[in-house]
Design a protein around this ligand. Sequence first.
Ligand code: ADP
Ligand code: MG
Ligand code: MG
Length: 778
Amino acid sequence: MSPEEECLSNAVEKGAVDMSYVHSLRGDFKDKNQLGNKGANLVSMTQLGLSIPPGFVISIDAYKKWRETGLLPDEDIKEALTSLETEMGRKLGEGLEVSVRSSGPASMPGMMDTILNIGDIDQINSAINRIFESWDNLRAVEYRRINKIPPTLGTAAIVQSMVYGNRDERSGTGVVFTRNPSTGRKGLFGEYIVKAQGEELVSGAQTPKPISTLKSTMPEVYAELEKVANKLESHFCDMQDIEFTVESGKLYILQTRTGKRSGHAAVKISVDMVAENLITREEAIMRVTASDIQGLLHKQLKTPEVYHPLAKGLNAAPGAAGGRVVFDAIEALAQSKKGVKVILVRPETNPDDIQGIAAADGVLTQKGGLTSHAAIVTRAMGKPCICGAEDINIDLVTRQFVVNGQVIKEGDEITIDGTTGSLYLGILPVEDVSISPELTELMGWADGFKRLGVRANADTPGAIAQAATFGAEGIGLCRTERMFNAPERLSVIRQFILAENAARQAEAIEHLRELQTRDFIALFRELKGLPIIIRLLDLPLHEFLPSEEVSESQVRQRIAELRETNPMLGHRGVRLAVTNPDLYKMQINAIEQARAEVPANVSIMVPQVITSQEALTVRALLKGSNLKFGVMMETVRACMRAGRLAREVDFFSFGTNDLTQAVYSFSREDAEKKFLSTYLQLGILQDNPFEVLDVKGVGRLMETAIFWARRGKKDIEIGVCGEQAGEPRSIRYLHGIGVDYISCSPYRIPIVRLVAAQTAIQARSGSSQAEIRGAETS
Ligand code: ADP
Ligand code: MG
Ligand code: MG
């Protein structure tokens, strides 16, 4: 067997089949579903020749029987005890004491009871009862609820001969990790206390010393411990967390389990273990989780546990940042120009705040959910954000907010942790982002396995540069609205909309063309060969209009004309181009001019399409240009007409935000403000469909569209851009339905690369689409 195959078989090891209720630690039965993790690992370690205090395990089946009947397998226990006495050469109570320990199939550290120094059979029986009862103690129940461990699993009980770390000066107890759990560095990491039992280490009764003290006091024991660590790592092929006791200079191992680790360590350990030939590249990729990676891409609080949060809100965008409180975009801009770090605090944000958000280091809102404006914009910009912090009370007039009786004024310092949703007073120390060589290496392997293409949504040169460093293969969605929103552009676009005659309008268009050309040149310079898909304008015109009272009656009248009852379903996207082709013509022209200056691989796409006739109308504007042309699939009708539509375009890009709104007939903002949380609480919906792609509804529609699209045009390229495209479960599903690429915010790129690779690896080993889709319940 290769080392990897050996690890794989160790991971699922069961050994012999054995139906009895009591199993010796010296046996070869090591089914985790019967002995629990601790028990099965003690058997493995005994087999590896490590010194393990002898004992036996009362199985999980015995627990289940006990739960039904209240009875223990008394005869089997007595028999096992007699064998133990023979093996130890001592009788219970006469030089032999045992411990009774819990051992479940899911790790629940410290949640259940342990009873030490037991000297007679009655005590053993009541201890086993107590261990079994402790499966249902409050702590354990709560832990299982939080960690989603089924309450039906049950626990085994281990009866094991005692060893004494408190015997003399050459005795002690400790815990070591085989690698540093925060950095991943190889080598023993842990603590040791002299002349004490394990409980004293856990309870904090004595201050432990670093494990290196053992190296100086008992070098031979330390060397032995290192050997044990290596043996266990090469057996289990993962970093181990080991409990041990030294009795008069002799080392005993009491427990080993897979060690918990930081995201940073998870990446380093996986990559190092490939170099050490312990695991394969596939295995390395499978071991790292999306949240491991997520933490590495954003600034984190150094020691969050030391500080007490002022309040908690929703963890809307990950990362941590400290700065002075400002209450509006203008102040945010003014302060940041002076080099002051600021946190923008708003009841909620809207498109007018964009400049302020861009200038701020983080955003805190009192209202709004995980897909509110603030959440989406900050996530795309990679800035931390807390939304819906309902405990804060903002007064924009006195420019302060009150939180739990404390008044925070403009200019006061706060820190927000968008990863957890916690708000703190003052500026707390923050750890910088660093892309380690190991992460780069792991990502490179991931790219070799994944089938899905990974592109970024990016509208600015900065975002394109960021996307490129995170490994984007192109820009899948470049929105042009934001370019229109800048203050100096707003007046020009208003001039266009409000123009009283054709000459004034042409003038405005000409002005916009110059501005857009410059924008595109700046974007193309950053591309360095990456392809880009530019989406032509998709904003309801009314959003560009002044909201303040205007004096001229002409303007007032024009505004009234443009106002819509339901702008979401109104005059936007391609509809605007049909009635008013000049804007799209101008944008196409600006792209061509920019391309003449800086060569770039550009495609354009059109939003809100419902019929091939619209596509043809816009395509006509492209005459003489070789730009690739596609449509966004974000209306239900476009999906139903995908076969016909496919024949007129080069590619489709599903806009899953608008498509979800269309399929649900929900307006996202209203849904999140008013009723979605109730739906989630009551379990009417399992997930927020704006965060996790709704595979049963929206997904079905996409599958239908993809089927007909490929019938209409076999090699049509199909992408997905939308918030959900960066979410792990949604990525797995999109892989399965044959999407060519995903486009997401730059900060999600490494996560998507990882999950796309995991999905491809899993698909090879045959997990089905049905599994991802889940039961047909809703
Ligand atoms: P947990 O499931 O909380 O890890 P354990 O079963 O590991 O509980 O027991 C807690 C501690 O009790 C161990 O870390 C060890 O220090 C001590 N202990 C348990 N059994 C023995 C034993 N046979 N000899 C010495 N110490 C023991
Ligand atoms: Mg333990
Ligand atoms: Mg859209």
